[in-house]
Design a protein around this ligand. Structure first.
Ligand code: IPE
Ligand code: IPE
Ligand code: MG
Length: 231
C-alpha cells in the first residue's frame, strides 16, 4: 500500500451477507457464517496495517425483527464464536468489547461475552468493538436517561461519555459494504465528521485489498470540519 494517512478508528457496516449467499443459491445463514469469517480476516488486516480501533456492526436492534429462524441462526453463530470458538477471538490479540443491549441475548452468550471482554481487557495493541443489538437512536435515548437519573444537564462531552462508545475517539472512516448508501442507525452521533465509504461488494467478498482501497481513498480526502483550508 502507498504511503498514506491511516484512520485511527474504522467502523464497518458489514452488509450483504444474505444477498451474497442467495446469488450462490445458498441459505442466508451461510452468508452470515462466511461474513463472520471475513470479519476476522478484515479486522486482523486493519490492525496489521496499524489501525487502532475497529468497530463492526454485527447485529442492529432492528435486525431482531427479522424472521425468528434467521435471528436464531444469528444467535447460534454468536454462540459459536463467543462461546465455543472464542479462541478465534483471542487470536486477534486485541481488546474486545461488545456494544449494544446484550440483555436480550441467551444467557450463555452473555456469559461468554463477559468472559471474552475480561480475557482481552489487558490487550493494548488494538480495540475491536462488536456492535450487537445496537441502535444509534437507542444509544442516545439510553444516555439521556442515564443523565436524567443522575439529575444532570449534559454537554457534548458528558453526553458522549454515556454512550456505548464513551471515551473513544469518533470513527474517522465508516465503510459500508453491500451497495446501500445509508447508515441504518449506526453511530449516528459519532459519525458527525466521519468520512463515509460505500462499496458495492457484498461483505463476505470484501477483501483485504478492498480495505486498503477504502483507506487510500480516505487518505486523499480533505477533512475540514466546517473550517477553511490554509492555501
Ligand atoms: C448483514 O447482512 C448482516 C446482518 C444484518 C446481520 P444482511 O443479512 O443484511 O444481508 P443482505 O443485506 O440481506 O444481503
Ligand atoms: C445494517 O444492515 C445492519 C448490519 C450490517 C448489522 P441492514 O441490512 O440491517 O440494513 P438495511 O435494512 O438495509 O437498512
Ligand atoms: Mg442488509
Amino acid at each position: 500500500m502507498k504511503r498514506i494517512k491511516l484512520p485511527a478508528h474504522i467502523a464497518i457496516i458489514m452488509d450483504g451477507n444474505g444477498r451474497w449467499a442467495k446469488r450462490r443459491f445458498r441459505p442466508r445463514a451461510y452468508g452470515h457464517r462466511m461474513g463472520v469469517q471475513n470479519m476476522f480476516k478484515i479486522c486482523g488486516h486493519a490492525f496489521n496495517l496499524g489501525v487502532r480501533i475497529v468497530t463492526v456492526f454485527a447485529l442492529s436492534a432492528e435486525n431482531l425483527s427479522r424472521p425468528k429462524e434467521e435471528v436464531d441462526e444469528l444467535f447460534e453463530l454468536f454462540r459459536s464464536y463467543f462461546s465455543k470458538k472464542k479462541e478465534r477471538m483471542y487470536e486477534l490479540n486485541v481488546k474486545i468489547c461488545v456494544l449494544g443491549d446484550i440483555s436480550v441475548l441467551p444467557a450463555d452468550i452473555q456469559e461468554s461475552i463477559g468472559e471474552i471482554e475480561r480475557a482481552t481487557a489487558h490487550l493494548t495493541s488494538g480495540l475491536l468493538n462488536i456492535c450487537v443489538n445496537y441502535g444509534a437512536r437507542q444509544e442516545v435515548v439510553r444516555a439521556v436517561n442515564k443523565a436524567v437519573a443522575l439529575g444532570r444537564f449534559v454537554d457534548e462531552n458528558s453526553l458522549e461519555s454515556l454512550f456505548y462508545t464513551g471515551g473513544l475517539p469518533d470513527p474517522d472512516l465508516i465503510i459500508r459494504t453491500g451497495g446501500e448508501i445509508r447508515l441504518s442507525n449506526f453511530l449516528l452521533y459519532q459519525a458527525a465528521y466521519s468520512e463515509l465509504y460505500f462499496s458495492g461488494k457484498m461483505w463476505p467478498e470484501f477483501s483485504k485489498r478492498d480495505l486498503e482501497k477504502a483507506i487510500e481513498n480516505y487518505s486523499a480526502r480533505d477533512r475540514r470540519y466546517g473550517n477553511v483550508r490554509e492555501e
